[in-house]
Design a binder for this molecule. Structure first.
Ligand code: S3P
Length: 438
């Protein structure tokens, strides 16, 4: 098990390049694998979750090469070119791999078993099984949890589906199944979730144009291999953005960060709290907007976070909770019950950790209240969750004494170079495989 110790640090004055976006990396592999011809993915995240997706397709006969760091080529086999894997596909900790692959595999002509680690096996899969079954898929589960057996040869039919929860993973699973269904599949989202699948489909599809209705998919889509440029991940950048906001005298430049409007609510929330964040050099990377972000330190104030911003910042609440803990006044988060079914129960994990560090924090069924104050030193548990571990590692930089974090191994799922980059920009984090040595 990996332990981290994060010591109080001074200003973050630096420029940093953050690894590629996890959500976009998964989708680029998936579309590349079922497209005709080669796909070259530049700036791909080489974290464990994305590698789990890559390995899954290799096991289904897709040729993959990694010619240099950050670049992967995928030899597309076409929509019906995948072959039956010889063993279950182990997706580790990755919910995105499991939910999206369930949709993509529901229309194949062979059986597949999807499994993962203990955390992934406890996460709700009924949310994808239900609409896919409505389309005609035959999926066996353990009480709506993995391992999942996806039976081949199902004839899928398009459906009209109204998403009961704001979930890009569910939406994307239905969209991917829609590529194999007869007729049209259409999806209605009560609240907009991240739209990377829609943007990626537009890049790979022969039929789609700028004006195509994104959430209507038909089984006759033809996909053609592409060069995909992956933006840097705003969810990973968020840890250092908050660090720079909170450490006086900071000036941090983060290059080519994805600022898709369905993902950038963390910037809006922090700005409402008083953060000074500016954008420059806006570009387009395969239908995704990117820019350089410049962050200057500033006083932060507690706010009531708008429910409208919850879906767009769903992965950033652990680090937003740290910002709230160091802000003046109370921050209230509501409408975020989804946080309870992420890699850990992130409401309980953050409230327990912050309380252990001397901050007044309490849970509600769908959120938390955090009263800002001086974060003290202490020991916290990550609950095996990468984002909880990284959030408390940043908290160590602003705390009055060092913070020890237990069980930080899963940082490698989304941000393998986290400790190295954190230390390059001015944080002070060390890692060890035993608590005694840290
Ligand atoms: C993701 C969607 C989100 C997010 C996850 C990645 C995706 O999950 O929390 O880390 O790539 O589609 P939900 O769609 O379940 O909210």
């Amino acid at each position: 098990m990996t332990y981290l110790v994060s010591k109080p640090s001074s200003a973050l004055i630096s420029e940093a390049t953050i690894p590629g976006d996890k959500s976009i990396s998964h989708r680029a592999i998936m579309f590349g694998a079922i497209a005709e011809g080669q796909t070259r993915i530049e700036g791909i995240l080489e974290g464990e979750d994305v590698l789990a997706t890559l390995n899954a397709f290799e096991l289904m006969g897709v040729g993959v090469d990694r010619p240099c760091p950050g670049v992967v080529t995928v030899e597309g086999v076409g929509k019906y070119g995948l072959s039956e894997p010889v063993r279950p596909l182990d997706l580790g900790n990755s919910g995105t791999s499991m939910r999206l692959l369930t949709g993509l595999l529901a229309g194949q002509r062979f059986d597949t078993v999807l499994t993962g680690d203990e955390s992934l096996k406890s996460r709700p899969m009924g949310r994808v099984i239900e609409p896919l079954s409505e389309m005609g898929a035959d999926i066996e589960s353990q009480d709506n949890c993995a391992p999942l057996l996806i039976k081949g040869c199902s004839e899928l039919q398009g459906i009209q589906y109204v998403l009961p929860v704001a979930s890009a993973q569910v939406k994307s699973a239905v969209m991917l199944a829609g590529l194999y269904a007869s007729g049209e599949t259409s999806i209605v989202e009560p609240v907009a979730s991240r739209d990377h699948t829609e943007r990626m489909l537009r890049a790979f599809s022969q039929k789609r144009s700028e004006g195509s209705k994104a959430l209507r998919i038909s089984g006759d889509e033809k996909l053609v291999g592409q060069i995909v440029r992956v933006p840097s991940d705003i969810s990973s950048a968020a840890f250092f953005i908050v660090g720079a906001c909170l450490l006086p005298g900071s000036e941090l430049v983060l290059k080519r960060i994805g600022i898709n409007p369905t993902r950038d609510a963390v910037l809006r929330i922090l700005t409402q709290m008083g953060a000074k964040i500016s954008r420059s050099d806006i570009q387009d990377f395969t239908n995704e907007p990117v820019c350089d972000l410049v962050v200057h330190s500033s006083e932060l104030y507690g706010i009531d976070i708008s429910i409208q911003d919850v879906a767009g910042a769903i992965d950033e609440f652990p680090i937003i909770a740290v910002a709230a803990a160091a802000a003046t006044g109370i921050t209230r988060i509501r409408g975020a019950a989804e946080l309870r079914v992420k890699e850990s129960d992130r409401i309980t994990a953050m409230v327990n950790g912050l309380c252990a560090l001397g901050i007044e924090a309490s849970e509600t069924p769908d959120g938390m209240d955090i009263t800002g104050g001086q974060i003290k030193g202490g020991q916290v548990d990550s609950y095996g969750d990468h984002r909880i571990a990284m959030a408390f590692a940043v908290a160590g930089g602003i705390a009055s004494a060092e913070i020890k974090i237990c069980d930080a191994d899963n940082i490698a799922t989304s941000f393998p170079d986290f400790v190295e980059i954190a230390n390059q920009i001015g944080l002070n984090i060390s890692e060890s495989d035993s608590m005694e040595n840290v």
